[in-house]
Write a protein that binds this ligand. Structure first.
Ligand SMILES: Cc1ncc(COP(=O)(O)O)c(C=O)c1O
Length: 403
């Protein structure tokens, strides 16, 4: 009966994260793999959700106040004027917002440009919508954008691009100069942009998150997607949104109505409180994550990982295997699980570009098997336990010894 599956279903494979998480569960490993916080959500928003349940917000629901808050936030953060009545769709997380956006704009055979390495879900959504993903590699170690490669990725079938900044898995925050290159090409090629800004409030040091939509001529061609998930440590609440020109937002709302009808009602109510959090909330989110970032960078550098690029945002460290390590990223993670009792994600799952089509050096060709993604959205206790386990396996020089 398996032949009854659709071509698309057969082409969407489980991610390496899912496969390794079974091994990790068997070994009861500390989870530095998945990008969800293991610490409590802020109590002011949990109380709001509990109170919404007590008040019987149990039915399909659209909470317009979320859109009003988002319009204010867009104005304050990016100087963007968006109409809360026409330019928004509330969805079940950024994931549904992106899927609905893909269905809203992609026809069979349309090409969509993505930057590589890349968060895994975009390609599946683009494929389900009938589109074709075209990857533009970012260059290690700083994951810089090569303007020529980017420009060469466009052709007459290019419909849109997807930009994720702050970026999963690398922690890169795209600079104003890079965004200008992207915007210029979008304008020149009449190309749409879908942005994934779920880490918009998590940036470090002097890095500043700039929404692509805020660049000249981009608001009318950009679909911003984001959610409560990362900013409020509630990835399971499933409240997200798309902000787009009215005709696209309306299409996304129609598709959303067919897919899920509405995001969970009590959590939409709680979103009103979350989005109204004072500036101090966002400041402490940033500074807490910056300390966790520094902790994990120091920990992994100490045991021999090569860290040439410190994350500028988001909640992941994309660390390069120690120079003398001959193992592949997948084998390294297996040993990390079995011997250290820690699970992380092999970097290969985030790379997609077909480099054989490009004249890349041998060195450029191999970097794909050399990275491991560690999530640092974890409690101090989890991070300290991981440090202890790694310490126990380190040699006299402090380097991690897996064999
Ligand atoms: C870049 C990125 N976008 C989107 C998501 C998922 O967002 P949501 O929970 O709002 O669907 C994640 C989760 O890890 C992510 O890393």
């Amino acid at each position: 009966m398996e032949d009854k599956l659709s071509i698309v279903a057969k082409s969407i494979a489980p991610s390496p994260i899912q496969e390794l998480s079974h091994l990790a569960q068997r070994c009861n490993a500390i989870n530095l793999a998945e990008g969800f916080p293991d610490f409590p959500a802020p109590s002011h928003i949990k109380h709001a959700a509990i109170s919404a349940i007590h008040s019987d917000f149990n039915q399909y629901r659209h909470v317009q106040g979320i859109c009003d808050h988002l319009a204010n936030i867009m104005k304050q953060m990016h100087g963007l004027d968006v109409n809360p009545l026409t330019d928004m769709a509330i969805c079940c997380g950024q994931s549904e917002a992106l899927a609905a956006a893909a269905f809203a704009i992609i026809d069979k055979g349309d090409e969509v440009i993505l930057f590589d390495p890349c968060y895994e879900t975009y390609e599946g959504c683009i494929k389900m919508a009938g589109g074709v993903s075209v990857y533009v590699p970012l260059d290690p170690p700083h994951w810089t954008l090569d303007p020529n490669r980017f420009i060469n990725a466009f052709n007459e079938r290019t419909k849109a691009l997807v930009l994720n900044s702050p970026h999963n898995p690398t922690g890169k925050v795209f600079t104003k100069d890079e965004l200008e290159i992207i915007a210029e090409e979008c304008r020149a090629r009449n190309c749409l942009a879908i942005t994934d800004e779920v880490y918009e409030h998590i940036t470090f040091n002097n890095a500043k998150h700039i929404s692509l939509a805020s660049l000249p001529g981009m608001k009318e061609r950009t679909i911003i997607t984001s959610s409560l998930s990362k900013t409020f440590s509630v990835t399971g609440w499933r409240v997200g949104w798309a902000i787009a020109p009215a005709f696209i937002a309306s299409a996304i709302r129609n598709i959303h109505a067919k897919l899920t009808d509405s995001a969970p009602a009590p959590f939409q109510e709680a979103a009103l409180i979350a989005l109204g959090s004072p500036p101090e909330y966002f400041e402490s989110l940033r500074s807490d994550y910056e300390s966790r970032r520094d902790y994990i960078v120091n920990l992994l550098a100490r045991i021999g990982f090569k860290i040439q690029f410190k994350p500028q945002g988001a909640v992941f460290l994309f660390a390069e295997l120690p120079e003398n390590c001959q193992l592949s990223d997948v084998d390294y993670v297996k040993m990390l699980i079995q011997q250290a009792g820690i699970v992380a994600v092999p970097g290969c799952g985030f790379f997609h570009a077909d480099l054989s089509l490009e004249k890349l050096s041998q060195e450029g060709y191999c970097y794909r098997g050399r990275y491991i993604r560690f999530a640092f959205c974890k409690s101090d206790q989890t991070l300290a336990s991981a440090a202890k386990k790694l310490g126990q396996l380190s040699d006299a020089a402090g380097c991690l010894n897996l064999r």
